[in-house]
Design a protein around this ligand. Structure first.
Ligand code: GDP
Length: 210
């Protein structure tokens, strides 16, 4: 269920979604930074496409982002003519060489370090796994950058209540983040969709940090 009508009002009603294009390399083409941007990052297979689909309620987003050639780009989507989702390429795919694995850094860090429109970053982490070295590097980078950040635990439907509590406590400590920065999500059940939408709104409404 993406949103039940008898619950609190949907914090993010999607009226339009437009693919603006992809940024293939650091310093390469990107859309003009006219609207505030929120970036979504995470390792490959973390469930980013599924969660973004759930957030916007359209398959279009994942369809574009998973198109061969676009999987290694930063893909930009304009939402409601009001803000932009920057879908960062999934990093750390286990089956590519170590050299290729590190290749995500220039593009992702180039975008995050350079976008004047960036209002915040959502880092997705698989709730069933310990953070990978890449996840930790990403978290560290966000800390250095000073960008407002949220941590979305994905696939939470796979864990029991007790496992969730332990996972949240461990992650908060490992990543050095407050539990209030952690959002529990499941693209499968829709859990956390509205909390994530609300947190996005807060990022968009906050004064620019850079
Ligand atoms: P991406 O590479 O980060 O875009 O990951 P995908 O969205 O393609 O998801 C990777 C795999 O995880 C797929 O097999 C999904 O079906 C599965 N998956 C994604 N989200 C969830 C979730 O919330 N719960 C469960 N159980 N599986 C999920």
């Amino acid at each position: 269920m993406s949103h039940s009508p008898d619950a609190t009002p949907n914090p993010l009603v999607i009226r339009s979604l437009e693919f603006l294009g992809g940024m293939a390399e650091s310093g390469g083409w990107r859309p003009p930074p006219d609207l505030p941007e929120v970036a979504f990052a995470g390792r490959s297979n973390v469930g980013k496409s599924a969660l973004l689909n759930r957030l916007v309620g359209r398959r279009k987003l994942a369809r574009v982002s998973n198109t061969p050639g676009r999987t290694r780009e930063v893909n930009f989507f304009k939402v409601n003519d009001r803000f932009v989702i920057a879908d960062l390429p999934g990093y750390g795919y286990a089956r590519v060489s170590k050299e290729r694995r590190a290749s995500w850094r220039p593009l992702i860090e180039g975008y995050l370090g350079g976008s004047t429109a960036l209002r915040g970053v959502v880092l997705l982490l698989d709730s069933r796994r310990d953070p990978s070295p890449d996840d930790l590097a990403m978290r560290e980078y966000l800390g250095e950058l000073g960008a407002p950040s949220l941590f979305a635990l994905t696939k939470i439907d796979k864990l029991s209540r007790a496992q969730v509590a332990t996972r949240v406590a461990t992650l908060a400590q490992t990543l050095d983040v407050g539990e209030d920065q952690i959002v529990l999500t499941s693209a499968e059940t829709g859990r956390g969709r509205d909390e994530l939408a609300e947190a996005l709104e807060a990022l968009l409404e906050a004064p620019p940090w850079r």
